[in-house]
Design a protein around this ligand. Structure first.
Ligand SMILES: [Zn+2]
Length: 237
C-alpha cells in the first residue's frame, strides 16, 4: 500500500508528530508535515475519506502517505527494550482482524477495515502471513503487517481464573516481564526488520505479560516465519 521505499520511509517517520490544520476544512489533527503542503497544514483525518475519487498516487504526491502524514495509527504503551524500566510507544492499529484473519465487527478502525475490504488481494496476502492462532492483521506506522501476540501467565494475571494455591506457584509479573525482555533482546538480531516489544500489560487480556513481534507485509518467507514463531512459542517468561 505504501509506495515509498524503506529508507525514505524511516526518514519520514523521524518528522515529529504535531497538531496541523486540515487544508480542506481547517480542523485540527495530529499528523506529520508533508513537504508539498504549507507549513502547519496538511490533509486531515477528517477529509482523507473524501479523496477516494483521486488515485492513490495523486493523493500521496499532494498530501503524503496515509498513516504517516495523516490518519496516524493510535499510540500503545510498550516497554522500551533498550532502557530498563522505561516505557515507550508504538503507533499501531489493533483489532482490525481476529486471530483467524476475519475482519472484526467491532466499530474500531473502520477506515482501515474499509481499505482491507476494498483490496481483497492485500487482505488475502496478509492472511497468508498469519501463523497458527498467534497473530492478528495490524497496521503500524502506516505499514500493514502481521502482529504476533503471545501471552504468559504471572502470579497476578490469573487471580480471576485460578486458585490462590496455583497462582502462588507462578512467578511475579515483574520477573516474567524482565525475562521476556531479556529473551527478545537476545533474539531480535536474528530477525532484521521485525519489531519486537513487550506491551504494557494493561493492553492485554487479564493484564497478562505478553510479547509483540510486528512483521511488515512481505518481510519473511515461510521458513523464517516458522522459525520466528517457534522461538516466540518456546519463551517461558
Ligand atoms: Zn478536514
Amino acid at each position: 500500500m505504501t509506495t515509498i521505499c524503506e529508507t525514505v520511509y524511516h526518514s519520514v517517520l523521524s518528522i515529529p508528530v504535531r497538531t496541523l490544520k486540515c487544508t480542506r476544512c481547517a480542523e485540527r489533527f495530529q499528523g506529520r508535515q508533508f513537504y508539498n503542503q504549507d507549513t502547519g497544514w496538511g490533509l486531515g483525518d477528517c477529509c482523507a475519506g473524501w479523496m477516494k475519487s483521486s488515485t492513490l498516487e495523486d493523493v500521496e504526491a499532494t498530501y503524503g502517505v496515509d498513516g504517516v502524514h495523516y490518519n496516524l495509527d493510535p499510540l500503545a504503551r510498550v516497554y522500551d527494550l533498550d532502557t530498563p524500566g522505561a516505557f515507550s510507544t508504538w503507533r499501531i492499529t489493533q483489532n482490525v482482524t481476529d486471530r483467524w484473519g476475519e475482519i472484526n465487527e467491532n466499530p474500531d478502525a473502520q477506515h482501515l477495515k474499509g481499505q482491507l475490504r476494498s483490496d481483497p488481494e492485500l487482505l488475502e496476502r496478509l492472511q497468508c502471513q498469519m501463523f497458527e492462532e498467534d497473530t492478528f492483521i495490524v497496521r503500524k506506522d502506516g505499514v500493514w503487517g502481521v502482529l504476533f501476540e503471545l501471552e504468559f501467565c504471572s502470579r497476578e494475571s490469573e487471580v480471576n481464573l485460578d486458585s490462590p494455591e496455583e497462582n502462588a506457584k507462578r512467578p511475579p509479573r515483574d520477573l516474567v516481564i524482565a525475562n521476556l525482555i531479556a529473551d527478545l533482546l537476545e533474539m531480535q538480531g536474528q530477525f532484521p526488520g521485525v519489531h519486537f516489544t513487550v506491551p504494557d500489560p494493561a493492553n492485554i487480556y487479564e493484564e497478562r505479560p505478553a510479547v509483540w513481534a510486528f512483521v511488515p507485509d512481505g518481510l519473511l518467507e515461510d521458513p523464517q516465519r516458522e522459525a520466528l514463531a517457534r522461538m516466540l512459542q518456546s519463551m517461558s517468561g
